[in-house]
Design a protein around this ligand. Structure first.
Ligand code: M6R
Length: 611
């Protein structure tokens, strides 16, 4: 949720930290702050964007080679200057930045107040630095030891970074449940919530594990557990390109990411799909094929857009591999005492790989002996590491808060998995398998074609920019797409939108339809085509305004609907990969016409690492 960044080395820390905060701003943007050490501890923080912070501190002496920075998504305490991080200890010598939630902060705070600590903010995070200060004083121990002992008392999730004015050659970081990456340079170290602030300096990174503490002191990194067990840092090489985290000439990350989809899907297919050789291979899946073949159900767990991809998977796996599928909101699954068997294959889907509810649901499923097969985008993320096996979607960094290319990447991986399983189980004939491999290979070009003609979508967006409500209707494979279209519109344009299976409309939502209600039908030529035409007629009879996403050349719906957007023809099972694209563009342009901040919509953060 929040973004944290730290630097220790020989360079000026301030520009590195500010730049890092801008890269992490997608994680939270209601306030920002930094702390620098140059003899004294200098803390500067401000409500608002990182640019607001920058504006207030220009002209100050910012010389320092060690510092930490934070961009906040508020949980405890409203967004204001005081609640912004970093937070300092009572004596002003220690500073902390924190991402996560300290669940027992209230009881810790009460105890510390009895001991004379005075708190400035309403945050849970400030409690941690006072606790460290108290333990350090009482035990007369090193900062490192005080951090370790304090973390034994803390309940909840944290990624923290701490510095002390007593030692300008030391930076301490720790994690449990919230991500933290350490970039290892030449005599310098970079700490961040994800790798994006790091890659322009080094490709060598260490992913901190839960309950690990990193101490960077005098140019050396050491790791230990909260239980005081030394750990060996394992250095991974990042394969991310710097261009992948920049806007590359687009006005917004979201638009860039929408337009990247032909490439991101091609990257996802690369080395895995070779239709001419009748080849489709997912390494992680082949290693766990027995589990897939011997289970009688797959359980998908996810949140938000990833949950919509899971719903597409339900259609894919039942249709192609004839295995029964359950699709669960991770947040409900984890608290529902679900029946989980050792034979179950549980498939978490997550772009970030850090979603707290999904991680907790994985822990639950794992504790019951299920096999976990993760579908993630971020390489090395917590969910990827918590899974027994998995498949990356290789979409590249997704920075826009509204997920776009991750959805199509997820559906692509899920489609590949269903095809592989269907062939192995014999529920998919060799000839149909071959046909589907060739068709899957054409998807990037077909997406490109849709993207090249965005004008009709822009015009629809302009027409409906002032609408108060939208209804999205689809059937079969297009039902999850309807949900996804509605979510996209809600989150970036703040227009109320509902997604429904088209046939369910007559059981309630039809009451909403009048001449002011735009109804987006995803009405491609597939198995449900005839049925959805009837649903369109039902809306028209009630004077609703019909916007239809149709297969190219469809004259019938063209004559019925006020607006149509054509997409190329494809097999039913790949339709979501195409039909979602106009809906992504529609939400983008509606938000632009309404003057909304597309990449940083209000109240949202890219990666939800708190419950
Ligand atoms: O990183 P994840 O895929 O686990 O994230 C899940 C949701 O938080 C995410 O899809 C969210 O709904 C997006 N803002 C949707 O655009």
């Amino acid at each position: 949720m929040c973004g944290i960044v730290g630097y220790i080395g020989k360079r000026e820390a301030y520009p590195i930290i500010i730049k890092g905060l801008k890269r992490l701003e997608y994680r939270g943007y209601d306030s920002a702050g930094i702390a620098l050490l140059n003899g004294d501890l200098k803390i500067m923080k401000k409500k608002g964007k990182v640019s607001d912070l920058e504006g207030t501190i220009s002209g100050e002496n910012l010389h320092s080679t060690i510092g930490i920075g934070h961009t906040r998504w508020a949980t405890h305490g409203e967004p204001n200057d005081v609640n912004a991080h970093p937070h300092a200890s009572s004596d002003g010598k220690l500073a902390i930045i924190h991402n996560g939630i300290i669940e027992n902060y209230q009881s810790l705070k009460t105890e510390l107040e009895i001991k004379g600590h005075k708190f400035k903010s309403e945050t849970d995070s400030e409690v941690v630095i006072h606790l460290i200060e108290e333990i350090k004083k009482n035990n007369n121990c090193s900062l490192e030891e005080a951090v370790r002992l304090s973390l034994q008392e803390v309940v909840g999730a944290y990624a923290i970074c701490i510095l002390s004015s007593d030692d300008d050659k030391q930076l301490i970081a720790a994690r449990k449940g919230s991500p933290l990456v350490i970039g290892v340079g030449d005599g310098e170290f970079f700490i961040a919530s994800d790798a994006t602030p790091i890659i322009e300096y080094t490709n060598n990174v260490v992913y901190l594990d839960d309950y690990e503490i990193a101490v960077i002191k005098n140019g050396k990194l050491t790791l230990k557990s909260v239980e005081d067990v030394p750990k060996t840092p394992f250095v991974h090489t990042l394969e991310m390109e710097l261009e992948s985290i920049e806007k590359g000439g687009f006005e917004h990350f979201m638009l860039k990411e929408i337009h990247e989809q032909p490439k991101s899907i091609r990257d996802c297919l690369r080395g895995r799909l070779l239709p001419k050789d009748n080849h489709l291979f997912l390494n992680g899946m082949s290693q766990y094929m027995n589990k897939f073949l011997n289970t009688d159900r797959l359980i998908f767990i996810a949140c938000g857009t990833s949950w919509h991809a899971a719903l597409v998977a339900e259609y894919l796996f039942e249709d192609i591999a004839r295995v029964s599928v359950e699709v669960e909101y991770a947040s409900e699954f984890r608290y529902r005492n679900p029946v989980i068997r050792e034979t179950d294959v549980v498939i978490p889907i997550s772009q970030s790989g850090e979603t707290a509810d999904t991680l907790a649901a994985i822990d639950l499923a794992k504790s019951k002996g299920a096999t976990i097969f993760g579908v993630c985008n971020v390489v090395g993320s917590s969910i990827a590491r918590a899974s027994h096996a998995g498949a990356y979607i290789h979409a590249g960094p997704e920075i826009g808060v509204a997920s776009t290319k991750a959805f199509t990447g997820q559906v692509t991986v899920l489609a590949m998995m269903a095809l592989i399983l269907g062939l192995k189980k014999g529920t998919l004939s060799e000839s149909r398998y071959r046909e589907l491999l060739f068709e899957l290979d054409t998807i990037p070009e077909k997406i490109q074609k849709i993207l090249e003609d965005a004008e009709p979508i822009k015009r629809i967006a302009e027409t409906f920019q002032f609408a108060k409500n939208f209804l999205y209707l689809g059937r079969g494979y297009n039902f999850p797409v309807a949900l996804e279209g509605a979510l996209k519109l809600k989150e970036i344009s703040y227009i109320h939108a509902e997604g429904y299976p088209a046939a369910e409309m007559k059981h309630g939502p039809i009451a909403l339809i009048d001449e002011d209600m735009p109804v987006v039908f995803i009405a491609t030529k597939d198995a449900t085509y005839e049925k959805i035409i009837s649903n369109i007629q039902e809306v028209k009879a009630r004077k609703g305004k019909v916007i239809a996403i149709v297969t190219e050349g469809d004259k019938d719906i063209h004559n019925m609907a006020e607006y149509t957007v054509e997409i190329p023809k494809t097999d039913d099972c790949f339709i979501p990969l195409l039909s979602v694209i106009p809906l992504q563009l529609l939400s983008y342009y509606v938000a632009i016409y309404r003057g909304c901040n597309v990449d940083q919509p209000r109240n949202l953060a890219k990666s939800v690492t708190v419950e």
